[in-house]
Design a protein around this ligand. Structure first.
Ligand SMILES: C[S@@+](CC[C@H](N)C(=O)[O-])C[C@H]1O[C@@H](n2cnc3c(N)ncnc32)[C@H](O)[C@@H]1O
Length: 206
């Protein structure tokens, strides 16, 4: 039976999409994903559903067509790290899913700044409040997915306010794209940092 594919598409540039995901995409009857993915990957004869806040309708479609169509859902970064996969798993049994990993934006950022992430707390403030600050003191680094509210400046403010023992904040903007920008700042310098670009941050003493 055809399982529903959930494909991690990496941080952005198509060079960071795994070959197995490209193969699955080519063989799919229908692609489900953000407008950007549909524009870039949907070929003639393939059906598509653009994802926005239509998750319940998408789940209804999945239930109806499970096993009948070759369906692929394209998600950003790694499919098992703060992605739509969690929502899909609440609605479709995991045995009916083929979850293919991708390169997470944080994993990519750690490579670009040359810091290893084994003693790292990986977390997200993207559209959520997470109280990880106290326990993060047991780690060498913190990797954080951000959003418009929890931006790098706010994160630096929080670290200063809590008197935490971390010196540097790395901000990775538009990772893997041609206009990617990576900055290393002290927390105080970051208080002046403004950006509208999609970004992720790493907090470290290195
Ligand atoms: C919904 S989360 C998805 C995370 C994704 N599953 C991953 O593994 O990277 C979206 C957040 O990922 C980060 N992100 C995704 N793509 C990025 C990129 N190209 N550059 C910088 N940050 C990115 C941002 O913090 C963004 O707000």
């Amino acid at each position: 039976m055809n399982r529903i594919n959930i494909l991690g598409m990496g941080p952005g540039s198509s060079e960071y999409v795994l070959p197995i995901s490209r193969e699955i995409i080519e063989k799919s009857d229908i692609l489900i994903g953000s407008e950007r993915y549909i524009d870039d990957y949907c070929s003639d004869g393939q059906k598509s559903i653009v994802l926005y806040s239509n998750y319940p309708q998408v789940v209804e479609y999945l239930r109806k067509n499970l096993g009948r169509e070759r369906i692929s859902i394209l998600v950003s970064g790694d499919s098992s790290f703060y992605s739509l996969t969690t929502y899909i798993k609440k609605n479709i049994e995991v045995k009916n899913l083929n979850i293919v990993p991708g390169i997470s934006s944080l994993q990519y950022l750690f490579s670009r700044i040359g810091i290893s992430y084994e003693r790292t707390l990986l977390t997200s403030l993207h559209g959520r409040e997470e109280d990880f600050w106290e326990r993060s003191m047991d780690f060498d680094n913190i990797g954080i997915l951000t959003d418009k509210n929890w931006n790098p400046k706010m994160i630096a403010e929080e670290i200063i306010k809590r008197n935490m023992d971390f010196k540097y904040i790395y901000v990775g903007e538009k990772l893997t794209y041609g206009d990617e920008k990576i900055s290393r700042m002290t927390m105080e310098e970051c208080l002046e940092f403004e950006t509208d670009n999609i970004n992720a941050v790493v907090i470290s003493n290195e």
